[in-house]
Design a binder for this molecule. Structure first.
Ligand code: TTP
Length: 202
């Protein structure tokens, strides 16, 4: 039985993500997945891999890791940070998070989110790029920030939706994409798969 859906119509939706942010962001636009599943995949970048190719490859790998029932729609995403040509994934330690933050301090970086929606044999993709500027961060405030622990599980080792917002005077692009799911593009790609918010044009 499908649970009542106050805000949207369409086939069963499976969110293939362990990220609590992605679930909350979907809820923000009134979409509650029928199921939340999680795939563990190797997120190591290939040698010399371009950040856009990387984030797409990882989102596609997440989407390929699930068996789907006929008609079901699967939504997966991957978010990564790129500073110049360097890809910053989720830091493995506080020390690595500090290294990432020092790299981003006083300069611009890009946050890339790849969206993949799978339905039967059909796969739809979007790539959303947002530019983020961090002001210079002093050594003592960086230590205080790392103490909060927000770096854990976050690409680049920071969360714009948390205290790191104090370091970010400017972004160009999609705020929700930086948090893990670009909502406008997500609504559009889901609509193309038949999951439509009530009242939205078809
Ligand atoms: C840059 C940034 C990233 N993030 C988060 C979004 C993603 O959850 C995470 C990047 O890791 P991802 O590998 O994209 O996602 P995940 O491991 O959390 O979940 P799953 O693979 O199961 O879908 O970083 C923030 O919450 N705030 C930010 O400002």
């Amino acid at each position: 039985m499908t649970a009542p859906r106050p805000n949207f119509d369409g086939p069963r939706l499976i969110l293939g993500s362990a990220s609590p942010r992605r679930l909350e962001l979907l809820a923000q636009i009134g979409i509650v997945p029928d199921q939340v599943r999680h795939a563990d995949i190797d997120e190591t970048p290939l040698k010399g891999e371009d950040a856009r190719d990387y984030v797409r490859r990882i989102a596609l790998a997440k989407a390929a890791a699930f068996d789907l029932a006929a008609g079901d729609v699967l939504l997966c995403a991957d978010t990564t940070v790129a500073v110049g040509r360097r890809i910053l994934g989720k830091p493995a330690s506080r020390a690595e998070a500090g290294e990432f933050m020092r790299l981003m301090s006083g300069r611009r970086h890009r946050v890339l989110t790849a969206l993949v929606v799978r339905q039967g044999d059909r796969t739809r993709e979007r790539l959303v790029e947002t530019a983020v500027r961090m002001r210079p961060i002093a050594a003592a405030e960086l230590e205080a920030y790392l103490d909060i622990g927000d770096w854990q599980g976050k690409a680049g080792g920071y969360a714009i939706q948390g205290a790191a917002a104090a370091f970010i005077p400017w972004i160009q692009g999609s705020f929700s994409s930086v948090v893990g799911l670009p909502l406008s593009e997500t609504a559009a790609i889901l609509a193309a798969s038949g999951i439509v918010m009530k009242g939205a044009p078809r």
